[in-house]
Design a binder for this molecule. Structure first.
Ligand SMILES: Nc1nc2c(ncn2[C@@H]2O[C@H](COP(=O)(O)OP(=O)(O)OP(=O)(O)O)[C@@H](O)[C@H]2O)c(=O)[nH]1
Ligand SMILES: [Mg+2]
Length: 452
């Protein structure tokens, strides 16, 4: 005793996964469980066992049947597991009953808690951290009376879930305090939200076409952002590598600028709690002009993933936004597989964000969607309208321009928002040379109407 060297890193938690086949789900149980296993590994656990059951409906007491719960207790003992992770959402009382049945040393969590824990680790911005804290506390609130106190109280126990409520100095296990903290977080988020919407309004006002990347986690959204905009955002072969949104601009070959935003990935059974807490992050998607739905073409679950992504898009009100499905990772497909997929999905784009194949065609498709609804307009923009001159250069396709003494005479293909602004400066004014020396065009118009 005492002579043993102290371990440098904590042992990974040993997890047993539990899945129930309730029938009627698009995702076969074993695939959903293998995804749960990846989530557990992302969160630093090792999966040591799996238990499944077929049920008509979950048991109100323990989710799985009582016999199965006993079997689980035996399995947990024999495998020396620290944590049991259910693939479905457990009610607070199911969680508490299961912990009682399994003994004090075993934690019982569900997919939601696991995802919340990963989000907590991956949030880097203030906004992201606040949103995660809010979701975690909302998850915690109804569970405070159960055996869930370990989530906030016993920091010594560590592991999945023990980081909930992090950012608190000494969060007491008290609903009232948690509620207070929740409303403070909500208020702070609202403040940040106002700032964010001011920024996003500025982007809207600038007329720049906004592209959002959405898709299943690990589909390659960040890699695609890097490829499209020569950026260097974090890419990792793990689930939910990205949490906080990043926006970069990109100049299309016709000269028009668009912005591209990469943000958090989606997953099947994405907790509603998270969708609610991440409203401001997800607004990057729901405010876009075009959503690129990035899909891992090599994943056998691709079509189910598209359905899961579209489900979340409709939850956040982004289902009416024009979208384009982008099958990524085509480098992993055999030529005949690729040919088959292309034939099956004629409207989709096929790319490899990794090696760049298909990117030009994708950009072409984005350009054509960005210019849909464009109007041709000729305008004479007074030089003091610097913002408008910038808008024209950034968000229009300039067909002709002439720097004249009285302003910039342009003929452009303009998106609707910019077209509306340009209509205020009709080019016929260009025919009135007497305005040439007058610096303020609007003052000149007034003089003119009075004079005539
Ligand atoms: N072979 C291949 N791998 C790719 C391609 N695009 C991305 N990957 C890999 O897929 C993994 C996930 O890529 P990310 O860009 O982080 O995926 P993401 O969609 O941003 O994932 P999250 O942020 O975790 O939701 C990484 O290991 C990438 O290198 C591709 O075109 N081909
Ligand atoms: Mg990412």
């Amino acid at each position: 005793m005492g002579a043993e060297p102290r371990p440098v890193a904590p042992e990974p938690e040993r997890a047993v996964l539990v899945g129930v086949d309730l029938g009627g789900s698009a995702w076969p149980l074993d695939e959903s469980l293998s995804e749960l296993g990846r989530l557990a590994e992302t969160d630093g656990a090792v999966v040591v066992g799996t238990l499944t059951q077929r049920l008509e409906r979950p048991s109100a007491r323990t989710f799985i049947g009582s016999g199965k719960a006993e079997e689980l207790a035996g399995l947990v003992r024999s495998l020396d597991a620290d944590v049991v992770i259910f693939d479905d959402e457990l009610t607070p009382s199911q969680q508490a009953n299961l912990e009682k049945a399994l003994g004090r040393d075993v934690k019982v969590i569900d997919r939601t808690a696991l995802i919340l824990d990963i989000f907590g680790r991956h949030a880097t911005t203030r906004d992201g951290r606040l949103q995660v804290q809010l979701a975690q506390l909302n998850y915690l609130l109804p569970r405070l009376r159960g055996m869930w106190s370990h989530l906030v109280g016993e920091q010594t126990r560590g592991g999945i879930g023990s980081r909930f409520g992090q950012g608190e100095s000494q969060l007491e296990v008290d609903r009232r305090l948690v509620r207070k903290r929740i409303s403070r977080l909500q208020e702070e988020l609202r403040r940040l939200d106002t700032r964010r919407s001011t920024q996003s309004k500025a982007r809207w006002d600038s007329g720049v076409f906004r592209v959002a990347l959405a898709g299943y986690t690990n589909a390659g959204k960040s890699t695609l952002l890097n490829r499209l905009t020569s950026s260097d955002v974090y890419v990792r072969d793990e689930l939910f590598a990205t949490l906080d949104p990043t926006t970069r601009s990109l100049e299309l070959s016709e000269g028009r600028k668009v912005t591209v935003t990469d943000t958090v990935g989606f997953i099947q059974k994405l907790p509603t709690l998270l969708v609610d807490s991440f409203k401001s992050t997800l607004a990057e998607v729901s405010n876009a002009d075009l959503v690129l739905e990035v899909v891992d073409a090599h994943d056998p679950n691709a079509s189910k993933e598209i359905a899961a992504v579209e489900d979340v898009l409709s939850q956040i009100g982004a289902d009416k936004i024009p979208s384009l499905v982008v099958y990524n990772k085509l480098d992993l497909l055999a030529p005949e597989e690729l040919a088959e997929m292309r034939a099956e999905h004629p409207g989709a784009a096929f790319v490899s964000a990794l090696d760049g194949r298909g990117i030009d065609a994708l950009l072409h498709a984005v350009a054509s969607m960005a210019s849909q609804g464009d109007e041709t307009v000729t305008a004479l923009i007074p030089y003091e309208k610097g913002m408008l001159v910038r808008m024209v250069h950034e968000s229009c396709q300039v067909m002709h321009e002439d720097y004249r003494q009285d302003g910039l005479l342009v003929t452009v293909r303009a998106p609707k928002r910019v077209y509306e602004s340009l209509k205020a400066y009709p080019a016929d004014a260009a025919k009135a040379p007497r305005h040439a020396d007058v610096p303020d065009a609007s003052a000149a118009t007034d003089t003119e109407s009075q004079a005539e």
